[in-house]
Design a protein around this ligand. Structure first.
Ligand SMILES: Nc1ncnc2c1ncn2[C@@H]1O[C@H](COP(=O)(O)OP(=O)(O)OP(=O)(O)O)[C@@H](O)[C@H]1O
Ligand SMILES: [Mg+2]
Length: 256
C-alpha cells in the first residue's frame, strides 16, 4: 500500500478538495483507495454524507497514535492507496501521517502567504525524510508570470529546482471543484469532460509516477456507478432536517 498525505498549515489551500479529487482519480486508475480524515473540521466526512455512492470509504481518525496504527494495518486489507487529509496547522496527527507517508503533497495557492506557510510543513516532511511535492492550486487562469514567481519562491524555499518539486499540472481555480464538493462528488464525476477533471487526472498520473508506479490510468471507470449522472441535488434539497450551509447551497441550486 502507498500512502499519500496532503498537508500544509495554511487553511483553505485545498488539502481536502485535492484529497477527494485524487482519491477518485486513483480509483479510476484501478486502485483500491481509502480516505483518512485527521481533521476534526470534518470536510471529508461531510462530503461523504452528501455522497450518493458507497465508495470510497472515509475513515475519520483524529488521534495521532490511531493514525499510525491504521496506516500500518490498511495494507493488509487490500487497500492499495490511502490518501490522508490533514488539518491546517501542525498537529500530532499530521506528524504521524507524514511519518508513515510514501509521498507528501503540500498544496499552496500562488500567494506569498500560502508559500511562506508551507515552511513548517516542509520541515516536518524533511524530518521524516519523505519525498514531497508542492501542488499549486486555485491558480488564476492566464497567470503565467504569477505562476512562474510562485514556482521560483517554492524552489527557493526548498532549496531545490522548482521543476523537480512542483507537481504538474497546476490546478486552476474553477467552480467545478466547489460544485463537486456540494454534490458529494469528485470533480472527475461531476464534470468528467471538463478541464478541472483533466487536470486532476494528469495530477494523479504525475503523483503515481513519482510513487514509482507504471501508469495504470484508463478512461473507462471501473466502478459503473461512479459515472452515472446523479440526480441528487433536488432530492437532497428537499431534505428537511439538514440545516447547514451546503443544504442552503443545494436548495438554491435546485431552484435554478
Ligand atoms: N482548484 C480549485 N478551484 C476552486 N475552488 C477550490 C479549488 N480548490 C479548492 N477550492 C475551494 O477552496 C475552499 C478551500 O478548499 P479546501 O477545504 O480543500 O482547503 P483545505 O486546505 O482543506 O482547508 P482547511 O485547512 O480549512 O482544511 C473550498 O471551498 C474548496 O471548494
Ligand atoms: Mg480541509
Amino acid at each position: 500500500m502507498q500512502t499519500i498525505v496532503l498537508a500544509t498549515q495554511k487553511g483553505g489551500a485545498g488539502k481536502s478538495t485535492l484529497a477527494i479529487s485524487l482519491a477518485l482519480a486513483a480509483i479510476r486508475a484501478g486502485h483500491n483507495v481509502r480516505l483518512i480524515e485527521t481533521d476534526t473540521q470534518g470536510t471529508l466526512s461531510n462530503w461523504k454524507r452528501r455522497r450518493p455512492y458507497a465508495a470510497p470509504i472515509v475513515e475519520p481518525i483524529y488521534a495521532a497514535r490511531e493514525v499510525e496504527q491504521r496506516l500500518q494495518s490498511l495494507g493488509r486489507e487490500g487497500v492499495t492507496v490511502t490518501i490522508v487529509d490533514t488539518a491546517g496547522g501542525i498537529t500530532a496527527a499530521t506528524n504521524s501521517a507524514i511519518r508513515y507517508a510514501d509521498f507528501c503533497l503540500i498544496p499552496a495557492r500562488p500567494s506569498i502567504a500560502d508559500i511562506e506557510a508551507t515552511a513548517a510543513t516542509l520541515s516536518v516532511v524533511r524530518a521524516w525524510r519523505k519525498p514531497f511535492a508542492y501542488v499549486l492550486n486555485q491558480t488564476p487562469i492566464r497567470s503565467a508570470a504569477r505562476l512562474a514567481g510562485a514556482e521560483n519562491l517554492l524552489g527557493d524555499e526548498a532549496a531545490l529546482d522548482a521543476a523537480d518539486i512542483v507537481a504538474r499540472p497546476v490546478i486552476v481555480m474553477r467552480n467545478d471543484h466547489q460544485d463537486a464538493l456540494i454534490a458529494g462528488l469528485a470533480v472527475c464525476e461531476h464534470a468528467p469532460g471538463g478541464k478541472s477533471a483533466e487536470e486532476i487526472r494528469a495530477l494523479w498520473q504525475w503523483v503515481d509516477a513519482r510513487l514509482g508506479n507504471a501508469s495504470t490510468a484508463r478512461d473507462a471507470p471501473i466502478v459503473k456507478e461512479l459515472v452515472e449522472t446523479p440526480k441528487i441535488l433536488p432530492a437532497m434539497a428537499a431534505l428537511p432536517s439538514v440545516a447547514n450551509d451546503s443544504a442552503r447551497f443545494l436548495r438554491v441550486l435546485a431552484r435554478t
